[in-house]
Design a protein around this ligand. Structure first.
Ligand code: NDP
Length: 313
């Protein structure tokens, strides 16, 4: 049986993958998109998306992803449910990349767009899991607006937590920032921004033992790791900002990445260190991480793939 040959293989089904698919399909690159384990990506875990241009009344995350899929399919993208489990990439310009799906099916790809995204890290306690979507969020920029005039908590001491705490302080009455060590990892500039806000209270040596509330967040139980003292803080929202993990395990040892595992792209392009392999969305962006920026780089990846394929033909 001959192995299937695909002109443009897109891995991942978030805003980056589907936008790449829309552009690739319209350029007649005959894209095939594999959805991965979480069809629709991170936005399917968000409720309302209010900051994507073109939706004046907002849209809920899962609906937006279904619409993006339909738009990609309208131009001929073939969307397949499946997980890419292995890649063997060619270093040669015009070379064929070998891809395994679901540990079985083999595919040959002339070009690949990696849009596998990143996954927010969570604390991993049962009450947090139960209240995801009920006041526990991993994105202050996405969900902070819903807590306008309310008291919220944010956990983490890195740049993301500091930035998001400041963002929340503009909207919320009070922000309790929960940091597990005696200092923050965030840059000094970010820390100064946090300190300058009167409505942010930083709690050092603090960890969340439990998120309180049955169906919605009503508070957090904080334990001080030095004194072992516990106290309950009333909040309606809890933001987790303890970092993200890019979904790049299958590319390790081949695609060039930074220390945290984010794919390195060249200059203003989506080029990776392999010819014909491009990266778009959160898998190559730890700074912006927005649906609209992911979509933008998805468009760029399709245009880069189109130029590459035209060049080798
Ligand atoms: P980081 O990995 O830098 O920080 C994670 C933070 O979460 C640390 O304070 C860490 O604590 C804490 N943490 C991790 N696990 C737990 C846990 N289980 N319980 C409690 N706390 C926990 O991630 P960020 O997302 O903040 O940043 C990622 C990268 O992106 C960094 O390089 C950052 O500089 C960059 N960035 C830059 C921005 C900018 O320049 N504007 C904005 C946002 C991010 P501990 O310190 O104890 O390990």
């Amino acid at each position: 049986m001959s192995i299937e040959r695909i002109k443009t293989l897109i891995i991942g089904s978030g805003p980056a993958g589907y936008t790449a698919a829309i552009y690739a399909a319209r350029a007649d690159l005959k894209p095939v998109l594999y959805t991965g384990m979480e069809p629709g990506g991170q936005l399917t875990t968000t409720t309302e998306v209010d900051n994507f241009p073109g939706y004046p009344h907002g849209v809920d995350g899962p609906t937006m992803m279904v619409e993006l899929q339909k738009q990609a399919e309208r131009f001929g993208t073939e969307v397949r449910i499946g997980l890419v489990t292995k890649v063997t990439l060619s270093k040669n310009k015009g070379g064929i990349h070998m891809v395994t799906v679901d540990n079985g099916k083999e595919i040959e790809a002339e070009s690949i767009i990696i849009s596998t995204g990143a996954t927010a890290k969570y604390l991993g306690i049962p009450s947090e899991e139960r209240l995801k979507g009920g006041g526990v969020s991993a994105c202050a920029v996405c969900d902070g607006f819903f807590y306008k005039g309310q008291d919220v908590a944010i956990v983490g001491g890195g740049d993301t937590a500091a930035e998001e705490a400041t963002y929340l302080a503009n909207l919320c009455t009070k922000v309790t920032m929960i940091v597990r060590k005696g200092q923050m990892r965030a840059s000094k500039a970010m820390q100064h921004r946090v300190e300058s806000r009167e409505n942010i209270e930083v709690r050092y040596f603090s960890e969340i033992e439990e998120v309180l509330g049955k169906d919605v967040v009503e508070g957090v139980r904080i334990v001080n790791s030095k004194t072992n003292e516990k106290d309950d803080v009333k909040v309606t929202g809890l933001f987790i900002a303890i970092g993200h993990k890019p979904n790049t395990d299958i590319f390790k040892g081949q695609i060039e990445m930074d220390d945290a595992g984010y794919i390195i792209t060249k200059g203003k392009t989506t080029d990776t260190n392999y010819p014909g392999v491009f990266a778009s969305g959160d898998v190559q962006d730890k700074d912006y991480r927005q649906a609209v920026t992911a979509a933008g780089t998805g468009c760029m990846a399709a245009l880069d793939a189109e130029r590459y394929l035209a060049d080798i033909e």
